[in-house]
Design a protein around this ligand. Structure first.
Ligand SMILES: N[C@@H](CCC(=O)N[C@@H](CSC=O)C(=O)NCC(=O)O)C(=O)O
Length: 280
């Protein structure tokens, strides 16, 4: 069993907010994650929600800024967040840009050197971290949902589409819907996956839908005043892909809201209620 170092524990709405570090065999370096255990977890295994954060974030960002613990405590949901990339890999230039490298792992397994040695966030989440949560926390493995924001919204959608047996509910805030078509995605994918766009398709939500991948239901919230709406996110491409595929989608636009955690914190309660209903 993986040895966890507990970095800190905090009482929160009757439950426990914990921050952890462990030597990751998948990443080949230490990784950090955090878990909110609701009060119900003292008595029995509870459903779990993985939250994947966006560019520049860490395992702390959502737990500190989203205000989700109040709702998780009411609904009996465990929350899990992880860092957004490996750190201190020694790769030259890893921290030069905020939208690539450290803090920008894009929730995939890189195939190109030098990134392929450590940048393996897909396997980290779907295998190692999932196993840690199931084995070392009071988590119900048959009721695991996933959601995320921006780069993490892309991660949640693509992992849910690629691993329908592992993730039983999915939603997103302002996701990058078509990374193969936007500058953030093109920059990351060309370095992590190589120059051939054909190799990017398994990590693009619209391409996965076109290829026949499906999820039972999908909730997406998007602010109209999002500074990245027209340059990076392309929710209209998601809508078109879902329409063409016959994929259920509830896409809600919100006047005035931007890309920030003020937007996330406004709607996070509704996302937790949605997942609780989906997970049963
Ligand atoms: N540093 C950048 C802004 C970076 C940013 O907005 N990051 C978002 C996610 S963007 C897509 O994945 C975020 O969640 N930031 C954390 C936060 O606390 O807001 C810049 O200078 O524009």
């Amino acid at each position: 069993m993986t040895a966890l170092e507990t970095r800190s524990l905090h009482h929160c709405f009757g439950g426990i907010q914990g921050y952890y570090q462990h030597p990751s065999t998948v990443i080949g370096l230490p990784m950090r994650f955090s878990v909110y255990q609701p009060p119900q977890a003292k008595d029995h295994a509870v459903p779990v929600l993985f939250f994947l954060a966006g560019l520049t974030c860490t395992e702390e960002t959502f737990m500190i800024k989203a205000g989700a613990q109040r709702y998780a405590a009411e609904l009996g949901l465990m929350l899990v967040t992880m860092d957004t990339s490996p750190r201190q890999t020694g790769i030259p230039g890893e921290t030069d840009a905020w939208d690539f490298g450290a803090g920008a792992g894009f929730y995939l397994d890189a195939t190109q050197t030098p990134w392929s040695k450590h940048y393996r966030m897909e396997s980290y989440i779907t295998q190692e971290l999932r196993n840690i949560i199931i084995e070392q926390f009071p988590a119900d493995p048959n009721r695991i949902g996933i959601f995320g924001h921006s780069m993490g919204g892309h991660g949640a959608l693509t992992l849910a589409l690629r691993y329908p047996d592992l993730f039983h509910s999915v939603s997103a805030f302002a996701p990058i819907c078509a990374p193969i078509r936007c500058p953030w995605g093109q920059k990351a994918f060309s370095h992590y996956l190589g120059e051939n766009p054909q190799d990017w398709q398994p990590y693009d939500t619209t391409a996965l839908l076109q290829a026949g991948h499906r999820i039972p239901n999908l909730l997406v919230d998007q602010g109209f005043n999002d500074q990245f709406l027209t340059t990076q996110l392309f929710p209209e491409a998601l809508e078109q892909a879902c329409d063409a595929a016959g994929q259920q989608l509830t896409l809600r636009y919100h006047q005035g809201y931007d890309h920030s955690y003020y937007f996330i914190s406004t709607f996070v309660g509704e996302h937790l209620q949605y997942h609780r209903a989906q997970l049963g």
